[in-house]
Design a protein around this ligand. Structure first.
Ligand code: C2E
Ligand code: MG
Ligand code: MG
Ligand code: MG
Length: 287
């Protein structure tokens, strides 16, 4: 009797594992055809100057929507793509589309996320440069977002790659800063333009002293090293105000704008700065 229920339990467990694997395979198969089926798009989220709310750039964020499953989060499919060579085709598609969109904005930069796997690929710099040349855009208008994982596994190679990119004029942002395994000692070796404070810290700011302390330390560190500091995931005016006081140079988050479709981003880009609800038109708040 005990044995039977034991086996039954095992069978149920197996079935749910099978289901998980089946879903995963289905997503992987779908993803490999997503480009051809025209199921991918990019959303753009404004990055604004702390006081003027001038839109200095937009972060490109990939979106995938299928007729069968609806929208699938990049937090799900990017890691799957990273487990195969798919990430390279996907990454190329993302970069090419982000660069093409740039031509419709008066002067802002586009901030593109790169997987550590793309970044560590041989000839990464040449590959990116080729896309940029083909698109006819200035590297100065392209910000490369990488995470700590991308640079701390092989710090020497990463330092070299970043240095080459920076010499070519690209901007470099260290994304999700504070969540990886970076050694602060190493940070100074990398040619960076800015740190992006992970939104988990911004989220905790109003509730926990620890998060607020970490946010202040990152801003302090960034400024001391001469880097810009972008706070991501800013959702409330009180967070924005606290970040201004702490000295963050740029803000990004739902308070200002969610990631929007390309057509919407073009309109925002033309306006050049954001106005928050409740503020007089054309009168951006000052820090
Ligand atoms: P990330 O690069 O750190 O992007 C920030 C994420 O926070 C985005 O989620 C964005 O929509 C979300 N976000 C922005 N403001 C707020 C806010 O105020 N509140 C909240 N709750 N969320 C906010 P998304 O688009 O789902 O992307 C998740 C992650 O997937 C990204 O984190 C990035 O790691 C990855 N990803 C997205 N697009 C790409 C891409 O084109 N290439 C690569 N390699 N990775 C990407
Ligand atoms: Mg990012
Ligand atoms: Mg981030
Ligand atoms: Mg992230």
């Amino acid at each position: 009797e005990a044995k039977r229920s034991g086996r039954g339990t095992v069978r149920v467990f197996d079935a749910s594992m099978d289901e998980g694997i089946r879903v995963r395979r289905e997503i992987e198969a779908g993803l490999s055809q997503a480009i051809a089926r025209d199921e991918l798009s990019l959303a753009y989220q404004p990055i604004v100057a702390r006081g003027s709310l001038d839109i200095v750039g937009f972060e490109a964020l990939v979106r995938w929507s299928t007729p069968e499953r609806g929208a699938i989060s990049p937090a799900i499919f990017i890691p799957l793509a990273e487990e195969s060579t798919l990430i390279h085709d996907l990454g190329d598609w993302i970069l090419d589309h982000a660069l093409a969109e740039l031509q419709h904005w008066p002067g802002q930069y586009v901030s593109v996320n790169f997987s550590p796997i793309q970044f560590r690929r041989s000839h990464f710099v040449g590959h990116v440069m080729e896309s940029v040349r083909r698109a006819g855009v200035e590297p100065q208008r392209v910000q490369i977002e990488i995470t700590e994982t991308a640079i701390f596994d092989d710090a020497e190679h990463a330092a070299q790659t970043l240095c080459e990119l920076r010499k070519l004029g690209f901007r470099i942002a260290l994304d999700d800063f504070g969540t990886g395994y970076s050694s602060l000692y190493n940070i100074r070796k990398f040619a960076l333009d800015c740190l992006k404070i992970d939104r988990s810290f911004i989220d905790g700011m109003g509730r926990e002293r620890e998060s607020a302390a970490i946010v202040h330390s990152i801003i302090h560190l960034g400024r001391a090293l001469g880097l810009g500091v972008i706070a991501e995931g800013v959702e409330t005016e009180s967070q924005a105000q606290a970040l201004r006081v702490a000295g963050a140079s740029h803000l990004q988050g739902y308070l200002f704008s969610k990631p929007v479709p390309a057509t919407e981003a073009r309109k925002l880009a033309e306006l050049k700065f954001l106005t928050l609800p409740g503020e007089a038109q054309g009168a951006p708040i000052m820090a």
